[in-house]
Design a protein around this ligand. Structure first.
Ligand code: FAD
Length: 387
């Protein structure tokens, strides 16, 4: 796939291997029927354990059977999965960055031992419940509560737009602990088969269709005290997970754009109008040149983030910049690719329209484009536009 600036030359052997394994997996196991899954609104469930066996969930973490790969290898994995479909990358992001990462970073030894190997192997599925019906961009205003009782907590509230909720064994639910001073937000590991927990699927999405999304309803759902993540309190908990997932999105969106570029280039080279391939017309070449340039800039951003993350210098605001830019770039370039395919471009036989509609979600979740603008604006000016 497109590597105009020769970034391949800087990759280590392990990074190439991860990238190639994921690319082959997408080519052989995903590409043949992802269009049909997208049309049907289903996720290829058989791939969940296969992705676990291939080590696609949180391979940048270590211990508990996790290999501790480089941040570049992890990024390349996200790139390749999203070249397949944003739903596939979302599966790996949620499981790895939003469920395994917080258990790894903030969990007790018992929580880690119980969940990390099972989630890492894809034997169990997890979801991340932060967004609520009335609180999306402003999750700190959440209404879900955890009330202390004798030896546990009783949870009440509802979460919505939760990727994987209906197929999850475990929900990491962020709720306000009403028993502590200031009602701090805490993370609760809620097994979805507990009494008082229901998950309904959200039907009729017109974006990210090859991904299962749902609600989590908590009605006097009781969990033992040992199910709270002991190592974090306050919004730092969920926000630090989002930084991890946004890092993966900064890479993944580039993958979606790369797949659109390859599709458009091949189509324009094959498709003849006015007696020659449309790739021979200046207007089409300008589109390809711009697409290649924007993708290359997105790749540079992603690679730079990896360097900063690897040496522990990455700031959340830098991740915001990359998530915002690369999601926006992929959204715009997928539209150009779609356009270059003419009428065929609106079908599921080709990937650009599927990517294009998926990217509406990616542009919106994990902090909307607007919210990331404000995070960067705050960082630049020192003046918060929202609290
Ligand atoms: P709102 O916050 O209501 O925003 C509406 C519009 O107002 C947006 O354009 C926004 O940019 C703008 N806006 C809001 N505040 C401001 C402001 N201060 N200044 C300027 N403009 C503003 N959440 C989870 O917790 N877990 C998941 O797994 C998950 N998966 C998702 C999967 C899908 C398919 C989708 C669509 C969403 C998912 N989400 C998930 C939720 C997602 O993170 C939210 O949709 C997102 O944060 C935006 O919240 P909202 O939809 O409530 O929009």
């Amino acid at each position: 796939m497109i590597d105009y600036l020769g970034l391949e030359a800087d990759l280590g052997e392990e990074e190439r291997m991860v990238r190639d394994t994921a690319r082959e997996f997408v080519e052989n196991e995903v590409a043949p029927d992802v269009g049909q899954h997208w049309i049907d609104g289903t996720f290829p469930m058989d791939l969940i354990t296969e992705m676990g066996e291939l080590g696609f969930y949180a391979p940048n973490l270590d211990g508990y059977g996790l290999p501790g790969l480089s941040e570049t290898a992890y990024g390349l994995l996200m790139q390749e999965l999203e070249a397949g479909d944003s739903g596939l990358r979302s599966m790996a992001s949620v499981q790895g960055a939003l469920v395994m990462y917080p258990i790894h970073a903030y969990g007790s030894d018992a929580q880690k031992a119980e969940w990390l190997p099972a989630l890492g192997g894809g034997e169990r599925v997890g979801c991340f419940g932060l967004t609520e019906p009335e609180h999306g961009s402003d999750p700190a205003a959440m209404e879900t509560t955890a009330e202390r009782d004798a030896d546990g907590y009783v949870l009440n509230g509802s979460k919505t737009w939760i990727t994987n909720a209906p197929i999850s064994d475990l929900a990491l639910v962020w709720a306000k602990d009403t028993s502590a001073d200031g009602d701090p937000v805490r993370g609760f590991l809620v097994e979805t088969d507990r009494d008082g927990v229901t998950t309904n699927e959200i039907d009729e999405k017109l974006s990210l269709r090859a991904s299962i999304t749902g609600e989590i309803s908590l009605q006097n759902a009781r969990v033992p005290a040992e199910n709270v993540l002991p190592g974090v309190e306050g919004m730092k908990g969920p926000l630090s997970c989002l930084t991890q997932a946004r890092y993966g999105i900064a890479w993944g969106t580039v993958g979606a754009a790369m797949d659109c570029f390859e599709t458009a280039l091949e189509y324009a080279t094959d498709r003849e109008q006015f007696g020659k391939p449309i790739a021979g017309f200046q207007l089409q070449q300008e589109k390809l040149a711009e697409m290649a340039t924007q993708i290359s800039l997105g790749q540079l951003l992603a690679h730079r983030l990896a360097e900063l993350k690897e040496r522990g210098d990455l700031r959340p605001e830098q991740v915001s910049m990359a998530k915002r830019n690369n999601a926006r770039m992929a959204r715009e370039q997928s539209r150009v690719a779609r356009e270059m395919l003419g009428g065929n471009g609106i079908t599921a036989d080709y990937s650009p329209m599927r990517h294009l509609t998926n990217l509406e979600t990616v542009y919106t979740y994990e902090g909307t484009d607007d919210i990331h603008s404000l995070i960067i604006g705050h960082d630049l000016t020192g003046i918060p536009a929202f609290e």
